[in-house]
Design a protein around this ligand. Sequence first.
Ligand SMILES: [Zn+2]
Length: 455
Amino acid sequence: MSLRLFNSLTRRVEPFAPLDPACPTLYVCGPTVYNYAHIGNARGPVVFGVLAALLRRRYGDLRYARNITDVDDKINAAARERGVPISEITDRYAAAYREDMAALGVAAPDIEPAATAHIGEIVAMIERLVGSGHAYAAEGHVLFSVASFEGYGKLSRRDPDEMLAGARVEVAPYKRDAGDFVLWKPSTDDLPGWDSPWGRGRPGWHIECSAMAAAHLGETIDIHAGGIDLQFPHHENEVAQSECAHGGRTFARFWLHNGMLTLTGAKMSKSAGNIEKVNDLRQRHPPEALRYALLSAHYRQPLDWSDNLIEQSVRTLDRLYGTLRDLAAVEAAPQIPAAIEAALDDDLNTPQALAELAGIAADARKADSDELRKQSKSQLLGAGLALGLLQQDPAAWFARGASGDDDARIRGLIDERAAAKKNRDFARADAIREQLAAEGVLLEDTPQGVRWKRA
Ligand SMILES: [Zn+2]
């Protein structure tokens, strides 16, 4: 078996082999935490999570980093609007993001670096770029000089005019070139900021990923992944910064980009307006069906997101879990079928893997001996394991209506309690805690938000 991946850098499907066969490295651009994650933001983590699991199986180890952008103008705006420090916004939505991803069956990365915890590394990288003539300070800003890097544009393959149009670049008097981008910008007293050789300020978005990838995965990483919407300018700028700061060494050997989700049906996009948030969707649908839906198209293709797609995914999982329920009495350990590995080796062909999964289930339903039933169940569980599906008890899947609704109600009460506390309505907050305690639901206040469990 050999993994082949479409490398955006070369525009070709290439055999993958890690630099260090004992431990591949993977970096995925993570969320900017100022609001709940959109279902489109979950596609990368879901599909690249399948890749991460495959790499761990194949090589026995993996260093996988997915960052958190916790300083950003959108975060500043949200904090100012609510009159709270940015950490209140970022802690809350980082916790919500982790909950959403866990609900979708996305395993946590090995490292989840936060930009604000890497200001030292960011400043050091910018100093290196200034020292080598790839960046310049002007009016409290530090800008990367695009003209200083011959390879600029090699990832997105745009011509300079197109690049400028695509980025909707800010024209500023302190820029030497319209395409030059910000590495550091000044902060006024009311904005978060850190001391630097260029005065008090904060990092630009692109430099964060370059500095954090180098800090945790080294100067050359095996695979860098993210949404196709990030290819330009974000990833192009990451390449420029990293390769210029590291003496021209390749930044990422493979670049993987997932396609975007599109919303059809005017009905769906017009209704609540927030219908596409993972947090809302998973209150109304089994999260595993959302995961199935995200894997139903090849990751590089656009995916048309609709209620119909979710309903189809629920029906398919009903059939698969029904098969597992029929095999409840059969003892079997998961074994990943070769056909599933082969489909994933083919540039993460998850639609093909799901077709194989359906075939295995059909065979299982026809199995007419104990031996065949055991083998079918092993393969069914193994195929599910490789895709992050079919890992719950069939009874739990079929009971989803009741428990799913109840979870949503409990979450609603917890949110109401948080709002009451914020409004200093402690009587209401305590009443909600007591009501939930009486139902056997225990709350735990943690720095990442409220966790709850049934006693
Ligand atoms: Zn990034």
